[in-house]
Each structure stands twice: as structure tokens, then as C-alpha cells.
Design a binder for this molecule. Structure first.
Ligand code: HGY
Ligand code: MN
Ligand code: MN
Ligand code: MN
Length: 425
């Protein structure tokens, strides 16, 4: 496929680092924080402003823009045929305190590839679509990756629409507001034909940096489960209630939490990762014994059997806890491990080797993603793969998230090569 190779190489060589940096800075302004981080949770007013900015930017590149029933945004560069498009992109929503690259980099990289194709005067057989998925983070509305999940399986959307955020706003109402704000954008259904998908993302961990690798060929994504645990005791007076007569929900929650951390430590050899990230205490008063404590569990592992073992331990430990109150839990997010197909890995490898070699950097590093991504759902639907660039200090989901401009540039070069190769197959 020599002709495509040269188009892919030409596209790679037209990626513009300064234009990419400007695009990253412009998007980061939406929800930008004094500490350099970004606060732009999904479908908030600031997220809608950022979406409008992306629509304007994509139209300036000659793209057609479409939006679907889950408010996923698609920026399309037509091809010379009507064959199903190649999809790239990522998510534009952030954690409550996130960085300016998580998700945003993949969306802007897709737009930079389109700008490079325009500069190079390249036409591809297949259209190229850049997507900005709705609610990848799952922090405002759980679970995560709702947009890509509903795209692949529309039957999931009704239940997602019922999910409420901390202010009792439903995801459905937030989606409808986003659709109204994009009334000038062509509407389309979910689950459209896609030939293949490539997502470029920062690693968000320390592997590439420690390996001194500029680029990562992502072989898969580890499994993940989210649980909500609720301890229901009885609120009572902190001063008058004897210790042996309390139904202290905080004591129950803290005891259970310690046991879960001990289990995680026992599973360290399997690299089980446990996070108890969000706690809500009722009535949350200095001098009232907590009557109600709810906390979340985020547990991950490359080996799904380890998560099964975790759930058994959680069930047994909850059942064994003796007190007057009760403890309940529910799993509200569960994804098996994702494995990307070998032929896609080979293409990503080829793209990374060329970009890395031209820059005098070493070979790309193969790794499993510790973070989940929208690509985990797309992998169920079409040939899918991911490219990583390093994260400084392995830090992410933190205002200090950072990647060297040179590495961000190489990542987009590898993406350009991959997308053009796929769009000419
Ligand atoms: O949590 C995750 O893995 C993703 O970054 N939202
Ligand atoms: Mn992300
Ligand atoms: Mn994230
Ligand atoms: Mn993602």
C-alpha cells in the first residue's frame, strides 16, 4: 500500500507543534484554574462553552459537525468515498480538578491531524471523524464513559439519563440542555458505522517516563469496578451516648475501609489498585455521631479474577461486621479487561517507530493502560487501538498534569500516520 504510506508520511510531516500548543492552551482556558489545572466537568455550563469552541474550531477547518442522542460531538472531514469513516478523538470533560491534557489532548490531536491534512492537500478514501465523547470521567455522573458506552449500545442510554449528580440534576436533563445549546448542529443517532478507531491519550502513569520512551503502543486496558457502599447507623449525641451503645456509621465505614486496604495489600503481587475516593457523611457535624456514611470504591486489576476475589472479600467482610446498623453496597460500573487487536498494534508500532526515529528517540514501549478510556467500548465495536505519550512524574487527575511539548507533538505525528493509513484501506 505504498501510495497510502506516502500520504501517511506526508500527513505526519505536516503536523504543526505550535498550532497544537495554541489549541491546547485555548481549550484549557475553559475552566482554567490559577494552579494551571482545569475544572470542566461534563455538561456543566463551562463544558458547553468549550464544546461551542470546538464546534467553531472544527468548522474553521472545513469539518461538518454532528451531535448524537448522548450529546457526543463528531467533527467530520469527508473522504472521497462513502465508506464508513475512521474515528479518532477522545473526551473534553475533566475531573473536578483535572489537567489540561486528559482527554482534551486526544480531541485536539484529531483536529490537528485534520489541519495537517488540509495543509498537505491530502484527500483520504474514508472520511475522518474526530469525536468528543460525553462524560468519560464519570465524576459528576457515574459511571464513566457514558457517551462511548451508549454509542456502542444505545439500550444503555435510558438508565444513564436517570443518573443524578450532587445537585439532583439528571444526566438526561444535562444532555437535553447540551442538545439545545447545539441546535445549529446536525443531529444523528447513536451507533453509526465506523471502520476503525484510534485514541491518542496521555499515559497518566509513570511507565513511559521510567522507560525513557516517547511513545506507547497500548496493548489493552485493565479491568475496573466501581462500588457505592452505604453504612446506616443512627445519629446521636457525641457527648451523652456511651461508646458501647452507639450505631456509629463512621466506625463501621472506617473499619471496613481498613479491611479493604489490607486485602489490597495482600493482593499487591497482582497489582490490585484500590481507591476510596468520595465520602459523604450525614449529618456531618462535629458533635453528632454519624448516622450515615457513604463512600465509593474504585478497584482495578489487569487480572479480572482478582476483582472477582475482591468482590467476594467485600461481601464476606460486610456480612461479618457485627453492629446494630446495616451496611449495603452496589456495583455501578464494571468493565472486563480490553485487549486491542494485533493488526492494529502492528500499525500503531509502525507509526510510532517512524515518528520516534525521525525525532532521534528510541523505540515505542508496549504497555497496558492503567486508566480506562472510551476505546474500551469502541474495541467491542470495531478494530480499535490507542497511542500514549508520557506523563511527567506519572501525574494525572491533578492540576500538575504535564507532558513535554516534544512528546505531545510526536504523539500527534504517530496519530496522523495511523489515521491516514486506516482511511486509505
Ligand atoms: O478513571 C479513569 O481511568 C479515566 O481516566 N477516567
Ligand atoms: Mn481520559
Ligand atoms: Mn481521566
Ligand atoms: Mn478516555
Amino acid at each position: 500500500n505504498q501510495a497510502a504510506g506516502s500520504a501517511a508520511e506526508k500527513a505526519q510531516d505536516h503536523v504543526n507543534s505550535n498550532r497544537l500548543q495554541d489549541a491546547i492552551a485555548a481549550l484549557a482556558a475553559f475552566g482554567g484554574r490559577d494552579d494551571g489545572g482545569v475544572a470542566r466537568e461534563t455538561l456543566t455550563a463551562i463544558d458547553l462553552e468549550a464544546r461551542r469552541h470546538l464546534i467553531t474550531s472544527a468548522r474553521a477547518l472545513g469539518c461538518e459537525v454532528e451531535i448524537d442522542d448522548c450529546a457526543n460531538l463528531f467533527f467530520r472531514r469527508p473522504g472521497t468515498t462513502d465508506l464508513p469513516p475512521v474515528l479518532t478523538g477522545s473526551h473534553a470533560d475533566t475531573q473536578p480538578v483535572g489537567g489540561k491534557l486528559d482527554g482534551a489532548y486526544g480531541v485536539l490531536a484529531g483536529l490537528e491531524v485534520i489541519a495537517a491534512l488540509n495543509d498537505a492537500g491530502i484527500q483520504t478514501q474514508r472520511a475522518i471523524e474526530v469525536v468528543a465523547w460525553t462524560n468519560e470521567e464519570g465524576s459528576r455522573f457515574g459511571p464513566g464513559a457514558m457517551g462511548s458506552s451508549a454509542f456502542v449500545d444505545p439500550s444503555r442510554l435510558p438508565a444513564y439519563r436517570e443518573v443524578k449528580d450532587g445537585d439532583n440534576i439528571t444526566f438526561g436533563a444535562a444532555v437535553d440542555t447540551a442538545l439545545q445549546a447545539a441546535a445549529d448542529v446536525k443531529h444523528r443517532g447513536l451507533r453509526q458505522p465506523i471502520a476503525s478507531c484510534v485514541e491518542l491519550h496521555i499515559e497518566q502513569g509513570p511507565v513511559l517516563e521510567r522507560a525513557h520512551a516517547a511513545l506507547g503502543v497500548v496493548t489493552g486496558i485493565q479491568s475496573v469496578r466501581w462500588y457505592r457502599v452505604e453504612c446506616v447507623g443512627m445519629a446521636a449525641h457525641a457527648g451523652t451516648t456511651p461508646m458501647d451503645e452507639r450505631s456509629d456509621a463512621m466506625k463501621a465505614a472506617v473499619t471496613l475501609a481498613q479491611q479493604l486496604y489490607a486485602h489490597a495489600a495482600a493482593e499487591a503481587a497482582n497489582n490490585l489498585r484500590l481507591t476510596l475516593g468520595r465520602w459523604q457523611v450525614g449529618p456531618n457535624s462535629v458533635n453528632t455521631i454519624p448516622g450515615n456514611v457513604e463512600f465509593t470504591i474504585d478497584v482495578r486489576c489487569v487480572d479480572a479474577a482478582v476483582l472477582e476475589r475482591f468482590e467476594q472479600f467485600l461481601t464476606q467482610t460486610v456480612a461479618a461486621y457485627q453492629w446494630r446498623g446495616k451496611i449495603g453496597f452496589e456495583c455501578f460500573f464494571s468493565r472486563p479487561p480490553t485487549i486491542f487487536p494485533q493488526d492494529m498494534l502492528n500499525l500503531i508500532e509502525q507509526a510510532c517507530v517512524r515518528a520516534g526515529t525521525l525525532a532521534g528517540r528510541g523505540a515505542p514501549q508496549h504497555l497496558t493502560s492503567g486508566a480506562f478510556h472510551d476505546a474500551m467500548y469502541l474495541a467491542e465495536y470495531c478494530p480499535t487501538a490507542m497511542i500514549f505519550v508520557p506523563s511527567k512524574g506519572g501525574i494525572s487527575h491533578n492540576a500538575a498534569e504535564e507532558t513535554a511539548p516534544e512528546d505531545l507533538y510526536l504523539g500527534v505525528q504517530a496519530l496522523a500516520y495511523t489515521v491516514v493509513e486506516l482511511a486509505n484501506r
